[in-house]
Write a protein that binds this ligand. Sequence first.
Ligand SMILES: *[C@@H]1O[C@H](CO)[C@@H](O)[C@H](O)[C@H]1NC(C)=O
Ligand SMILES: *[C@@H]1O[C@H](CO)[C@@H](O)[C@H](O)[C@H]1NC(C)=O
Ligand SMILES: *[C@@H]1O[C@H](CO)[C@@H](O)[C@H](O)[C@H]1NC(C)=O
Ligand SMILES: *[C@@H]1O[C@H](CO)[C@@H](O)[C@H](O)[C@H]1NC(C)=O
Ligand SMILES: *[C@@H]1O[C@H](CO)[C@@H](O)[C@H](O)[C@H]1NC(C)=O
Ligand SMILES: *[C@@H]1O[C@H](CO)[C@@H](O)[C@H](O)[C@H]1NC(C)=O
Ligand SMILES: *[C@@H]1O[C@H](CO)[C@@H](O)[C@H](O)[C@H]1NC(C)=O
Ligand SMILES: *[C@@H]1O[C@H](CO)[C@@H](O)[C@H](O)[C@H]1NC(C)=O
Ligand SMILES: *[C@@H]1O[C@H](CO)[C@@H](O)[C@H](O)[C@H]1NC(C)=O
Ligand SMILES: *[C@@H]1O[C@H](CO)[C@@H](O)[C@H](O)[C@H]1NC(C)=O
Ligand SMILES: *[C@@H]1O[C@H](CO)[C@@H](O)[C@H](O)[C@H]1NC(C)=O
Ligand SMILES: *[C@@H]1O[C@H](CO)[C@@H](O)[C@H](O)[C@H]1NC(C)=O
Length: 410
Amino acid sequence: MRFSFTLPAIFAVSVLASIKSGDPSGDDTLAILSAFADCKKDGHIIFTNTTYHVGQVMNTTGLKNVDIELKGTLEWSTDIQYWLNHSLPIGFQNQSSAWFLGGDNIHFYGHGYGTLFGNGDTWYIYSNGTSNLHGRPHAITIWGTTNSLIEGLRFIKSQMWTSTVTRSEGVELTNIYINNSCSAEASKVKRCNVNTDGVDTIYANNITFLRWTVESGDDSISMKQNSTNIYMANNTFHKGLGYAMGSIGQYPGELEIIENITAVDTYFYNTGYAGRVKSWTGRTTGSPPNGGGGGIGWARNISFTNFTLSSVDMPWYITQCTSYNGVQGGCDTSKFKIENMRWGNTRGTTDRNFVASLQCSGAAPCTGVHIFDNNLTVEKNGTKTTGYLCSNVEAPEGFNCTGKAPNTSG
Ligand SMILES: *[C@@H]1O[C@H](CO)[C@@H](O)[C@H](O)[C@H]1NC(C)=O
Ligand SMILES: *[C@@H]1O[C@H](CO)[C@@H](O)[C@H](O)[C@H]1NC(C)=O
Ligand SMILES: *[C@@H]1O[C@H](CO)[C@@H](O)[C@H](O)[C@H]1NC(C)=O
Ligand SMILES: *[C@@H]1O[C@H](CO)[C@@H](O)[C@H](O)[C@H]1NC(C)=O
Ligand SMILES: *[C@@H]1O[C@H](CO)[C@@H](O)[C@H](O)[C@H]1NC(C)=O
Ligand SMILES: *[C@@H]1O[C@H](CO)[C@@H](O)[C@H](O)[C@H]1NC(C)=O
Ligand SMILES: *[C@@H]1O[C@H](CO)[C@@H](O)[C@H](O)[C@H]1NC(C)=O
Ligand SMILES: *[C@@H]1O[C@H](CO)[C@@H](O)[C@H](O)[C@H]1NC(C)=O
Ligand SMILES: *[C@@H]1O[C@H](CO)[C@@H](O)[C@H](O)[C@H]1NC(C)=O
Ligand SMILES: *[C@@H]1O[C@H](CO)[C@@H](O)[C@H](O)[C@H]1NC(C)=O
Ligand SMILES: *[C@@H]1O[C@H](CO)[C@@H](O)[C@H](O)[C@H]1NC(C)=O
Ligand SMILES: *[C@@H]1O[C@H](CO)[C@@H](O)[C@H](O)[C@H]1NC(C)=O
């Protein structure tokens, strides 16, 4: 463990609450909120090995020195109209959440079996492939949190994004299992689990993700605006889109950054990408959440090394073409700057004959892109993977471009 949560004896746990499930109303939310209120400071909250029904939003922030032990399952209700009306806004795009958890020196742990069950199939069917549905909640938002450890939890069928870490610093999240795959019925919906990201960071600094296993229909782990000093290791992704930096640059004129992101020792099975960076174009078309563009800033010092790939479509990817649904063009207009990428030392297989597709903006060409030691073969025929598509990549290091990158936003 990287740091210890042992409290000095004088601050020994003062409150212990074992929450009872089985409220006659069928909703255990009030019992849970009351345990958090009792144990707000120097507390230890225990969810025993049973199922708790959560039918209302929870805002349990401002905790101090609290252990939260999940031995059972939290199961969120499927009252879609309730959640659409009440989920808590996170202050970014139109995103919202079913649960806000936060404070200083929190230890939230599930021993590898404590489970957050979002009943996502209901949402996957209801949303019918819509990406950003106003009010559709993330399972949990870690908010205003410092010096904390979250570990050994399972997330099954999250309603939308599984987790968001925001306005937080010095948080480690370790041994997390996420499976947002669709039921047979939900699978009839095209892109049934779109937007079921594993985790997103926004306005977050010094965050560590170790040993995550993520099966999702979207970004596995994503850094969004003002994510800095993020370390990730020993993660495994099934399907989904791998490590996603962005989309960023959506808010006209706003300065946003992604800086010092490191990922090592990661396994990818049938993912769309290994690592990628996505920015909006420099044109403003529509407004957030679904429109925007024209933001400024940079993505800098992004190191992705020692990855093992199995049937990955496009290992390394950059696009600066993101725009309002269906709007094409403007790929050379973004002033958002992408620099100092270190991507390499990989092994394994790709679906196609491409190591990278790098579409950088003419208005702010990419610099310091170093792509090295990619020992990859094409899955279906075993030949070496050799293609590098580029636009506006200045002085590529470790590779030569073999063609022009397409103007697609991916
Ligand atoms: C939790 O309870 C279930 C059903 O009673 C049991 O099968 C399971 O082993 C228990 N899990 C743990 C970790 O105690
Ligand atoms: C949701 O809000 C709508 C419109 O304000 C209202 O008609 C409806 O009763 C609300 N439903 C729930 C479950 O809160
Ligand atoms: C959560 O509760 C805190 C403290 O009462 C409050 O400041 C904050 O605005 C609440 N957050 C949301 C999203 O409701
Ligand atoms: C779901 O979306 C598809 C298009 O992807 C559309 O054909 C279908 O009618 C939609 N279903 C419902 C119930 O809206
Ligand atoms: C980063 O956060 C960890 C807790 O995850 C903490 O131990 C460490 O001191 C922090 N580093 C810096 C430079 O603040
Ligand atoms: C990843 O896990 C392996 C095996 O447990 C371990 O040897 C290695 O040090 C880990 N890597 C990191 C960066 O933690
Ligand atoms: C993001 O970080 C930059 C650099 O610290 C800061 O200038 C900017 O205001 C931040 N943006 C937002 C939206 O908070
Ligand atoms: C990124 O890392 C460099 C080198 O360690 C450091 O100088 C810089 O301050 C870091 N940037 C941020 C935003 O923390
Ligand atoms: C690279 O990854 C392999 C396989 O996961 C692991 O055994 C090895 O220790 C890693 N090497 C470094 C330098 O991190
Ligand atoms: C293997 O497949 C790739 C991707 O379709 C193709 O570009 C390459 O030519 C194939 N190699 C052979 C020997 O057929
Ligand atoms: C590349 O991978 C092949 C097959 O996995 C392996 O035999 C070879 O030693 C690797 N080469 C390098 C330079 O790592
Ligand atoms: C790139 O092409 C140049 C000129 O043909 C060659 O000298 C160099 O070795 C190539 N670099 C790589 C990494 O293949």
